[in-house]
Design a protein around this ligand. Sequence first.
Ligand code: ADP
Ligand code: MG
Length: 761
Amino acid sequence: MSRPKKMLPILGQTPEPEQAAPDPEADGCADDCCSGVAAEASASTPATRQKNPEVPEGGPVGGGFEKTVVRVEGMDCASCAATVERRVAALPGVRRATVNFAAGRLDAEHDVGLPTGEIEGAVRAAGYGVAKTGEAEGPPFWRTPRAISVLASGLLFAVGLALSLGFLGAPELARVGVFLAAIVVGGLPIFRAAVVGLRARHLDMNVLMSAAVVGAAAIGQWAEAASVVVLFAAGNALQVYAIDRTRGAVRALARLAPDEVLVERGGSEVVVPAEEVAVGETVIIRPGERLAVDGEVVEGSSAVDEAPVTGESVPVEKGVGDAVYSGSLNGQGGMLVRATKRAGDSTLQRISRLVEEAQAKKAPAEQFVDRFSRIYTPVVVAAAVALAVVPPLFGAGFGEWFYRALALLIIACPCALVISTPVTVVSGIGAASRRGILIKGGVALEAAGRLRALAFDKTGTLTEGRPVVSRVVTLGAHPEAEALRLAAALERRSEHPLAHAILTAADGSRLPAVTGFRSVAGRGAEGEIGEARYLIGSRRLFEERGVPLAPAEAALSEVEQAGETPVILGGEEGVLAVFGLADAVRPEAKATLESLRSAGVDDLVMLTGDAEAPARRIADGLGISYRARLLPEQKVEAVRDLVAKHGSAGMVGDGINDAPALAASSVGFAMGAAGTDVALETADVALMQDDLTRLAEAVRLARASERIIRQNVLVSIAIKGVFVLLAPFGLVALWLAVLADMGTSIAVTLNGLRLFRRVNT
Ligand code: ADP
Ligand code: MG
């Protein structure tokens, strides 16, 4: 992506479906806890309101709102994301702010005209950075200030420990001094962030850790205090390091497209920046070069590796008329390509944008975690306070109980729990995108991971979608060629794959003109040729129009017995011909269905508008159940039935004909989405390639993600639970509490990132 932030006007105010439930974090802030911050924030930012230069012309309408996306840098703890969220949400005019730690991104919804600078200012005020346009990758991890300070702090801590062992016979003061230095060097960013958290009245990780450190130092436990700092800082740094590589991966993919291209202009070839190439211009693609724009081949041919878009690195042969995508790597041939999109709208850019958006959306499990944390942390902090105060009142030793309370403070941070879900979502969606599978957010990921039932469209999904006319039975006076000619004339303006087949079969003959053409959804088409009216389509179409089918029954059963799809041509005098169309089952269909079954999706149904006999033949061959002769609205009903039966059900289709059924399903999968923007934008899961095996891969990946999310949440809660129970009995040392916490955080992070690694190797 070339721009770090983008602004989308939202016309009307329909919230995105996943965000239909109000975000409790933002809401909570609006009504109580952050009112103090709101005042403070508005005082610290310029009161002047300027028109935002980035608002697209004609975009926002009065009363609408806009979205601003900011890449937040240096966020090193999951619960600090909530601090940034509160800080930004408290800005006047901001309706909602969502920060995703794992994705490193802030999405703000705000009144039209709120300057981006104010939002960025709030992020900076919260103690984090804002990434700028086209910013190069930062220095390697071990040379970042953070890594250096962690290292220095660790070394100081080690020296302190050595002194404590009494090695050099060092005085007490030197020992304390070294520990104090370790605390300051490693803890400064933590203390600074804690101040921000406190101001936002958010008991985030930094606040709790700082309190524990200060507390431990106050009772003279210098080594303990330093150990908390070192372990906490090191744990965070490691976690950020692990996540960072995943965060950047998708962006890196989008940067594959070159910045400059060779185009034909005014008879000569010139090199221009890719973003200046207009739609319709001819781009010259040289051997071994990456494509900079989406387009259509107008001359030449070559094998092209489309992996960045489709996830498939086996080169695809491209010739005149084929679509090619920005980011693909050209093989040995040269080609001329007519640009069909601006560089910024390319499929690759779109995918990368959609993936980032998807990664930033909160998954249902995350919302649960948020709710849990909002209760858990205050309760444990209250328990810690009680532990420090109550036993000493009854004569117990203050130091001992205060120490136990500090341990409880550290345990009060739900760090591991908070990171457990988003890191898995980011990793799962990122991994999917590398295989040409675009999953539109945690909601879709989790839903796909829990699927038990899946409905399939037949034509183009289970079958190739390229039917051919394999039989023509004429009934009237018309010879075969004439019947085909009439049929083709009627089908000329129809979009249906069957229409294509008939046109292809009639290839070469001159087609008569058709007037009053009308396509009848899910049934066929009609029109006039000369003076006569003609109908073409399914049995249902003729039944509904009252055209007697009795004379055609023999022909129809011949076609249906052969397992072919019947298409009937009729005129005023009755049925003229019956065509038998055969559409081959996709070779990978059977294996895909088996793979889905073994993954636990066992209710598989084929939905089709086709006749009974051909539907049965295909379904039986694939071993799945089917429902035939369905009108488009009945397909929607069938999907709803399936959802009602299983609680959730998916639907697989091409995303164009099946949009309503896809929308009715819990998770809509669109195949071959790379070529069709609608499918890309509307499906819950878009499979770039027109390849069914990706479907099974998507479902398996989603299952794995779902499993990992569950493991992560359970493990984090279990470990917290154990430590909460042990701490009051003095069984948890401070360093152990931090170690457990950081250890769990790192473990769940690595567990989540496993998904991403799996495809890398
Ligand atoms: P599918 O479930 O196979 O995608 P559709 O709902 O698109 O089927 O169409 C259902 C049936 O309607 C087809 O099997 C065919 O008999 C008929 N039909 C629809 N459109 C046309 C057309 N343009 N020409 C001929 N027949 C059509
Ligand atoms: Mg269809």
